[in-house]
Structure formats: C-alpha cells, structure tokens
Design a protein around this ligand. Structure first.
Ligand code: HEM
Length: 154
C-alpha cells in the first residue's frame, strides 16, 4: 500500500505533504503539536474517552479484542503521540505503522467510520482544546478515518 496523501497543517503552518506513517516533529523538539496540547496525559485522555464510546457501540465493539482493551488503548495512544511529534514508542514496539494494512483484517465500512468519528468527536470535545488545535487534530482524524475505509460498498 502506498502512503495515503493527507495534508493536515499541524500548528497552522505551511501545508506539508505528510502521510499516515509518521508525523511532524519529534518528542525532543521544543515545540511540537504533541507538546502544545499537553503531551502524554492529553493523548491518553483522548483515547480512553474514545474507547468509552466504542464500548457502547454495537457495530464497533465486536471488532476490538475483548481481552486486550488496555493494549488497544496503548497502541492508539502511542500512534497518535508519535504522529503529532511525541515519543516514538509506537514504532519502537510495533514497527512501521502501515495503518491501512493493519486495518485490513477488519471490515471498515462507511458506517463503521462514521461511528468511529462520532466517538472520537466526543473525545476531542472533552479535551476543550483551543479552536486552532481542535481544528488541526480533527482535520487529521477525519481524513485518516476516511482513508481507512476498506469496504466502501458494504
Ligand atoms: C475508520 C474507522 C476505524 C475502525 C473501525 C478501526 C478499527 C480498529 C480495530 C478493530 C483495531 C484493532 C484494535 C487493536 O488491537 O489495537 C484498530 C487498531 C488500530 N487503529 Fe483503528 N480503526 C479505525 C480508524 C483508525 C484511524 C483513523 C486511526 C488513526 C488515526 C486508527 C489507528 C489505529 C491504530 C494505531 C491501531 C493499532 C494498530 C497496531 O499497531 O496493531 N484507526 N483499529
């Protein structure tokens, strides 16, 4: 699978061609989006809140590993942290993200995408970010979710 061309604008700067595979900046950089919105605690809050919604969802929840919710939380948190310039623990443990490929075992329909986004929207709302940070994060999540659909007609 080739990189999915997504063009979010972290920090509102000049548009840069980036992909689902790695994000702008790194954890030791002085001013990353990861740091601006509060680092690890913010990302973990986001993902825990997201999974609270997923657990109530009768389309999404059956897709997730029932005995490894904590693992799923850590994987998504780690990926998002890395994408936004935080620590690279995700790739240290899991290798290259290759997210579209990793989602192939799951039937990601437009309905599943919309539900994923619904729970993620509620989780982002909970963070009460500045409008620019909110828009930057949301733009990426929406584009990424659309790119993850692998069963468009289902
Ligand atoms: C569009 C709807 C989506 C559905 C239905 C979906 C579903 C899933 C499921 C069932 C898993 C397995 C849980 C686990 O064991 O970790 C998973 C993993 C994961 N998802 Fe999604 N996902 C969606 C979108 C996204 C998006 C937009 C992102 C990134 C922004 C994402 C990032 C991840 C990551 C990082 C993992 C762990 C991959 C690994 O290392 O194995 N997903 N997803």
């Amino acid at each position: 699978m080739t990189d999915i061309p997504l063009t979010p604008r972290p920090g509102g700067g000049v548009p840069q061609p980036i992909t689902l595979r790695g994000g702008p900046g790194r954890g030791d950089a002085p001013d990353t989006f990861w740091r601006q919105i509060g680092g690890r605690p913010t990302f973990e809050r986001l993902v825990r809140r997201f999974y609270e919604g997923v657990r109530t969802d009768d389309v999404l929840w059956p897709m997730y590993p029932e005995n490894d919710l904590e693992g799923a939380i850590q994987r998504l948190t780690g990926f998002l942290e890395q994408y936004w310039g935080g620590p690279t623990a995700y790739s240290d443990e899991r290798g290259h993200p290759r997210l579209r490929m990793r989602h192939m075992p799951f039937t990601v329909t437009p309905e599943a995408r919309d539900r994923w986004l619904l729970h993620m929207r509620a989780a982002v709302d909970d963070l009460e970010l500045s409008p620019l940070h909110d828009a930057t994060l949301w733009d990426y999540l929406e584009r990424a979710a659309h790119a993850m659909v692998n069963a468009p007609g289902a």
